[in-house]
Design a protein around this ligand. Sequence first.
Ligand code: PLP
Length: 440
Amino acid sequence: MDPHLFTVDTDPVATAVAQAADRYATRNAASQKQFDLASRYMPGGNTRSVLFYAPFPLAMTRGEGCRLWDADGHVYVDFIAEFTAGIYGHSNPVIRRAIDGALDAGINLSGHNVLEARLASLICERFPSVDVVRFTNSGTEANLMAISAAKIHTGRSKIIVFDGGYHGGVLTFARGNTPVNVSHDFLIASYNDLDSVRALFAANPREIAAVVVEPMQGASGCIEAKVDFLRGLRELARQQGALLVFDEVMTSRLAPGGLQEKLGIHADLTTLGKYIGGGMSFGAFGGRADIMSQFDPRRVGATPHAGTFNNNVLTMAAGAAGLSQIYTADAALRLNALGDALRDRLNRICEENAAALRFIGLGSLMNLQPGTHEIRSTADILPAGNAVKDLFFFHMIENGVYLARRGFVVLSVPIGQEEIDRFVAAFTGFVHKYGHLFPA
Ligand code: PLP
């Protein structure tokens, strides 16, 4: 379908969104009160931009398994799972025991501890291109360190990133470069467009230190990279003496050894984050031993990498327990198969009801996208679809399913068939009620 043929009956959609928002405000008085209080002390009552939505966000008070309770006492099935960091569910007993054990032995031991090498070994055994690894406190930091490592290793200064890429709070390319970003010399190519990368290499000979790419753009709406595109990046980087950095902060969950394992592509450096810290603050960067050895403190002139909490025992313990006891290779295969089956079911419902909607993504990660045309980059995402996503969001919330306002849906380990059926029933209701406003 030509994307320009996607039509939204704008006024009825806008009216339906306004009515849904009114019902939402009426049902959530305690969340509104909490928001008003928070707004006195934090700009917009918020300390994490992605969590805000108008008229005010829900205030969550409790979580258990894949259930969440809000301040007004509503219970939701959690289909966002802390934007992928919450893969183990809320208060998973295995994670809880690991954290309790770490607490019993004393937090912050002021030195190397015995847990960090355990988590490092689990990560290196799991992700094929990670020979050795170092820890950070967030995915953002992991990417900052990977970029620095690439610049130092190559002696070059320019970094190729992609339009729509998200690599952290100060590495965000949703709409080009922005003043909030760190001031590296970024060159922005088009996602899934190898020619745009070739052109940048040609215009900047022997100046590019690294190509940093998400194998699926998560924050931009689960836009999958074509395998040939990623293979082409691998080849180009090798030919040009630049490093290929896979940001697998979000995608590492999509196969036992991350998306790189499934695709059979070896990055030079890989960044990780989210669930791998067991739900605690976490990030990691690792890869080829010859690149990472610059951080070996025994070397004269070693690259420094500091961070008070890099090896904090709560993260190390929770992360090791999660990878070894819960998100095993089998569990990764099961969860992603569940996601693939859910996405197929949802897309069949769209087709059967002739609604111009579908879910794109891979395995346990997916995003609602209005229209039925191919989405290869953020340029293909239709602005007119935002109101449809708003309507979807309010409808699902009203039906006890919690997800991200942008239509992002994430599975976690405790989600089973009952929760999947609940999601499907709520989405079917959405398509029956509103599908005629965006016909295929
Ligand atoms: N890279 C990707 C692909 C991400 O999705 C995210 C977070 O959503 C980050 C990096 C940043 O991770 P953090 O929020 O832990 O800083």
